[in-house]
Design a protein around this ligand. Structure first.
Ligand code: ATP
Ligand code: ZN
Length: 305
């Protein structure tokens, strides 16, 4: 069967089982209680591993100030994925006209202006400015646990693994280059172990971000060449593999952008890792079956079901 048919078929069976709930928008789904129990169970596994290495928990809403977003370079690399929040700030007459236009499902964008907020595209984005605002980092720097934040990517799709709003479970390491790269590499092994422990057929591979346009292809090639992004891939809804986690070495990019400093004035690098919660739940449902009651006992125990 063609990949698109397999994906559509899996999505349909997820709706039927009540794991995902259609909303009318592609890639925007409600989740049933079993789906959430699996998602939260996986999240606990990551939290436990992060706590063991002394990660500091910080939580942010899934929005960033537009000014921060504008300085981040996101619009250069991923203009096609961003989601900006607009609002209404007009007269009563304009409000009435907007209502009429929108009620007809006609274009009401002319009544809207940009707010100062953008939907967060990755859970780590609010962390760098927050750390930059602190006194310079001591010793080997910091490991931050921003939790499983909802993030937005404008990529509507019928693939159940390609959502517009999903939970990205990140960890962020900020500090001396050697320590940051060693952390990133250690977590690739830890991530492989974690997912294999859940009975998933996982492989790691070099990857690149979905950079926009022709210059983006060059950026992607250079990212691969420098081995900056490694992904863990698992079959979801067919033999083809999908990335369920990525391990990203940013070198000095975010530290320089936000002015993160070390007390000893040494160079600051950053890395982050992101587990795609929903993709991991889907991989588990695909591998072990739609009813967790039938899953291998050790996997159920590991997830805490
Ligand atoms: P892809 O190449 O699949 O679009 P990406 O390289 O853009 O993914 P990252 O930015 O590395 O993804 O995001 C971290 C993790 O978030 C990914 O490994 C994946 O598990 C998850 N993820 C990314 N995009 C989506 C999406 N549209 N829907 C669901 N999960 C996603
Ligand atoms: Zn990140």
């Amino acid at each position: 069967m063609a990949t698109a048919d397999l994906r559509a078929g899996f999505l349909e069976s997820l709706f039927t089982a009540g794991h995902l709930i259609p909303t009318g928008a592609r890639g925007v789904y409600g989740r049933g209680s079993t789906f959430e129990a699996i998602r939260e169970g996986f999240d606990r596994l990551v939290t436990r591993a992060a706590a063991a290495e002394g990660a500091e928990r910080l939580r942010f809403p899934p929005l960033i100030p537009r000014a921060t977003f504008e300085s981040s370079g996101y619009l250069r690399s991923f203009p096609h994925l961003a989601g900006t929040i607009f609002g209404f700030d007009g007269s009563e007459a304009a409000a009435a006209e907007q209502f009429e236009t929108a009620s007809r499902h006609d274009d009401w964008s002319g009544f809207q202006t940009m707010t100062d907020l953008v939907l967060v595209p990755a859970a780590c984005y609010p962390i760098y400015p927050a750390i930059a605002a602190r006194p310079p980092l001591a010793g080997l720097g910091a490991t931050i646990d921003p939790g499983g934040s909802y993030v937005f990517r404008h990529e509507p799709s019928d693939d159940p693994a390609r959502l517009q709003m999903f939970h990205m479970r990140e960890l962020v390491r900020i500090g001396p280059p050697d320590a940051v790269l060693a952390w990133r590499d250690a977590w690739i092994g830890r991530g492989l172990g974690l997912l294999r422990g859940l009975g998933l057929d996982v492989e790691s591979d070099l990857a690149a971000d979905p950079f926009f346009g022709r210059s983006g292809r060059m950026l992607a090639a250079s990212q691969r060449e420098q081995q900056l992004k490694i992904e863990l891939l698992v079959p979801i809804s067919g033999p083809q593999r999908t990335a369920v986690a990525s391990f990203n070495y940013h070198q000095s990019y975010f530290a320089a952008l936000h002015g993160i400093r070390r007390a000893d004035a040494g160079e600051v690098h950053t890395a982050c890792l992101g587990f795609g919660h929903e993709r991991i739940v889907l991989a588990l449902l695909w591998a072990h079956g739609l009813d967790p009651a039938d899953w291998p006992a050790d996997v159920r125990t590991e997830i805490g079901l």
